[in-house]
Write a protein that binds this ligand. Structure first.
Ligand SMILES: NC(=O)c1ccc[n+]([C@@H]2O[C@H](COP(=O)([O-])OP(=O)(O)OC[C@H]3O[C@@H](n4cnc5c(N)ncnc54)[C@H](O)[C@@H]3O)[C@@H](O)[C@H]2O)c1
Length: 266
């Protein structure tokens, strides 16, 4: 779906890819209801966007707060007159530890934000998107949603759930005017580790051997994928390569990434 003249909800718009997508959507003539758990970060995003309140609505909401989310479409439609697309981007990672060392509180937090948050936003906005002549749902999964990364097993499980949820939505909505895209970013240069309240592992520097893509380039690839109605959007050469390797030789791919990540976990 083309961006110009359309209104999008972008979750996690206060940082990283969400901030960059918000900036680029507005630059392309779209409008954004920008949602984040942190208002100051949202206001920083607004600073880099042109057009003021006519194009940008800041929504300080936690995507795990289902009751608040269900009331949100009304607020967005009241402000902009319509809603044409949602980009479920907000997310967090887990501490870099093995499952045996991960507390149930962390398991639930990661599932709540990454999976249920995405489901909550989708269910809140879906009835309104179905009323539009054309609409789009973009859900950000991860390369970790198809490739097991040691030390991020629950994160990966949550992102795999986002993948299947989105693919199911695509199939269910095929006969409607809603396009559905699932996004698999590889390593992207953002502050997700600090924003997730996670300590950066001491051995992390260069240990994965992957070069992170700048967030603005990732945003450009995602929005291009949306504008050309792509079903699957692979972001970065690492994601493209691992997508290929996982299909060709799944066990080899698992061992390959486990070896690369070994220094992080010991
Ligand atoms: N950075 C990467 O390498 C990478 C790779 C693959 C997938 N992803 C995914 O891309 C998405 C964006 O990540 P990013 O790297 O830009 O991260 P980021 O930390 O820069 O941005 C994420 C934003 O989401 C917000 N957020 C977190 N929990 C929230 C909640 N409960 N309610 C509302 N907002 C919340 C944060 O405040 C933050 O502003 C995430 O879903 C992430 O899992 C990132």
């Amino acid at each position: 779906m083309k961006i110009a003249g359309k209104v999008f909800l972008v979750t996690g718009a206060g940082s990283g890819m969400g901030r960059e997508m918000t900036h680029q959507i507005i630059a392309k003539g779209g409008k954004v209801a920008a949602l984040d758990i942190h208002l100051p970060q949202l206001l920083e995003t607004q600073q880099i966007c042109s057009g003021g309140a006519a194009n940008f609505l800041a929504l300080e909401v936690d995507i795990t707060d289902r009751a608040k989310l269900l009331a949100l479409p009304e607020q967005v439609i009241k402000h902009f007159g319509q809603i044409d697309g949602i980009i479920n981007n907000a997310g967090i990672i887990q501490p870099f530890v093995k499952v045996k060392d991960l507390g149930f509180d962390q398991v639930e937090r990661v599932m709540n934000v990454n999976f249920y948050g995405c489901v909550n936003v989708t269910k809140a906005f879906l009835p309104h998107l179905l009323e539009r002549p054309e609409a789009h749902i973009v859900n950000i999964s991860s390369m970790g949603g198809f490739l097991p990364v040691p030390g991020q097993s629950i994160y990966g499980a949550a992102k795999a759930a986002v993948k299947l949820f989105t693919e199911g939505l695509y199939a269910e909505l095929k006969e409607t005017a809603i396009h559905v895209s699932v996004v698999f970013p590889g390593a992207i240069a953002t502050n997700i580790t600090a924003n997730s309240g996670i300590e950066i592992p001491k051995a992390s520097s260069g240990s994965s051997g992957m070069t992170a893509l700048p967030a603005n380039e990732a945003a450009r690839i995602i929005l291009h994928g949306m504008e050309t109605n792509q079903y699957r959007i692979l972001v970065g050469s690492d994601s493209k390569f691992m997508d290929f390797l996982c299909r060709l030789a799944p066990e080899y791919a698992t061992n390959f990434i486990a070896k690369k990540m070994k220094a992080l976990l010991g």
